[in-house]
Design a protein around this ligand. Structure first.
Ligand SMILES: NC(=O)c1ccc[n+]([C@@H]2O[C@H](COP(=O)([O-])OP(=O)(O)OC[C@H]3O[C@@H](n4cnc5c(N)ncnc54)[C@H](OP(=O)(O)O)[C@@H]3O)[C@@H](O)[C@H]2O)c1
Length: 409
């Protein structure tokens, strides 16, 4: 009896993830063969200075794209799909920006495109949403999907470090890149949330549909005051479905200690999925790292060969709305004189915003008011904030950060 054909894998990119993938494939070849009945074999590796894409494509059954960025990755992946090759990629920008085109090409050619490693590294969140929960009505996905910002916020909260010092430490430890702007500004998390929203709600979601804010303006004292209310700060992605509309947002936000994402610290990632039929599930683990990400890529290769075939179908086209509800933390520096709190409360109340807790500290002739609101329409809060910003006793720009009110468990 002749041995089964090897699985011929073309690898595009041999950097942090590509290098780890090539090593892992050799180390785990026996396990892959046991799981699939076929032994993996590298058909060729493409780098800027090495290999020919056309030759690699011709000799591959599966193309693994680990170059990053949108070009030439998009061109290579499209050509591979149209040529009847399955594709595995770890590239979130590629899927977030060109998902429609790529899924269509895969469907037309009858091949798979898998991208578990593009969101939350080795945490199998894509698989859970796309396969385990494919027939479940998902109402909300919360995610800490950027390890760099989670490390920085954890460091600021634990040590009182400034944002700049915590970022420098993240860079020293390899958790942040030399140019960290996509991570700290929220764009990286926005791409990942676009992918999760697309899969959770079966609708086309592009990067342009996601509103995002980063963590650059966070002050250490916001974290210190919030601790007194039992709050911890995360850069959170939230994708929600409200009947026929969805909202997909990334923003820094306080969580109460009972929230499942509150204890997720350092460079770790976590994703929580909510549905009326499953209540909620939370998955957490390392969100990056060459070996971890390569393990997710290898898992996708095995799934393709084993014959599991998830299909992304945009069943409906839901409108994107910015008309959403949030609770807020509000930090005000004010002149310490009678009636100040009453005037702030009056502006909030007039806009339908109610206060959950308030703490006041004296700072010389001034005072610091730190308040946490109950959930309200965001536009009502911002309208109250606009009025509060004009009050003559304010000593500094008001600082507002969202709060997730639910405490779970
Ligand atoms: N690093 C992580 O922890 C992590 C985690 C999750 C997802 N990802 C994703 O994984 C992908 C790869 O990331 P990485 O960190 O491994 O990147 P990287 O270390 O920068 O490696 C990129 C590789 O692609 C090659 N490359 C770049 N442009 C090319 C081109 N035009 N033609 C051919 N080859 C080209 C590079 O070639 P040279 O070797 O010749 O420079 C290098 O080998 C990205 O999509 C990233 O978002 C990474």
């Amino acid at each position: 009896m002749s041995a089964a054909e090897p699985i011929r894998i073309g690898v595009l990119g041999r950097g942090t993830v590509g290098g780890a993938f090539v090593e892992l494939l050799a180390a785990r070849a026996d396990a892959v063969e046991e799981a699939t009945g076929r032994r993996p074999e590298i058909a060729g590796v493409l780098r800027r200075s090495e290999g020919s894409y056309d030759e690699i494509l011709a000799g591959s059954e599966i193309v693994v794209e680990l170059i990053g960025g949108t070009e030439p990755a998009r061109d290579y992946v499209l050509r591979a799909l149209r040529d009847g090759r399955h594709v595995v990629t770890a590239n979130k920008q590629l899927i977030a920006q060109h998902g429609d085109e790529l899924f269509e090409a895969a469907r037309e050619a009858g091949v798979q495109i898998r991208f578990e490693a593009a969101v939350a590294g080795v945490i199998p969140v894509i698989r859970v949403i796309q396969e385990s929960l494919s027939a479940t009505e998902i109402t909300r996905v919360f995610g800490i999907v950027n390890g760099t910002t989670n490390y920085i916020l954890t460091e600021m909260a634990n040590t009182g470090a400034s944002y700049d010092d915590a970022l420098a430490r993240a860079q020293e430890l390899g958790y942040a890149e030399a140019d960290p702007s996509d991570d700290v500004g929220g764009a990286d998390a926005a791409a990942k949330m676009a992918i999760l929203a697309r899969l959770a709600f079966h609708t086309a979601v592009g990067l342009e549909d996601v509103s995002f804010e980063g963590i650059e303006a966070i002050q250490p004292d916001d974290l210190a005051y919030a601790k007194q209310f039992g709050l911890s700060l995360k850069l959170l992605g939230v994708a929600e479905r409200h009947e026929d509309e969805i909202s997909v947002r990334v923003f820094p936000c306080f969580l109460y200690s009972g929230h499942p994402l509150a204890p997720v610290g350092g460079p770790f990632n976590a994703v929580m999925v909510e549905s009326p039929s499953i209540t909620e599930i939370t998955m957490s683990g390392p969100g990056a790292g060459g070996t971890e990400t390569a393990a997710a890529v290898l898992g996708d290769v095995v799934s393709i060969v084993a014959g599991d075939a998830p299909v992304h179908v945009a069943r409906e086209r839901l409108a994107v709305t910015g008309d959403v509800q949030s609770a807020f933390y509000l930090h005000l520096e004010v002149a310490d004189r009678p009636g100040v709190l009453a005037q702030v409360a009056e502006r909030l109340g007039a806009n339908g915003v109610s206060v959950r807790s308030v703490v006041q500290w004296g700072i010389g002739d001034d005072a610091r008011l730190v308040m946490v609101m109950h959930q309200c329409a965001e536009r009502d809060f911002y309208s109250a904030l606009g009025e509060i910003g004009k009050l003559d006793f304010l000593r500094a720009e008001p600082r507002a950060i969202r709060v997730i009110e639910e405490e779970f468990g």
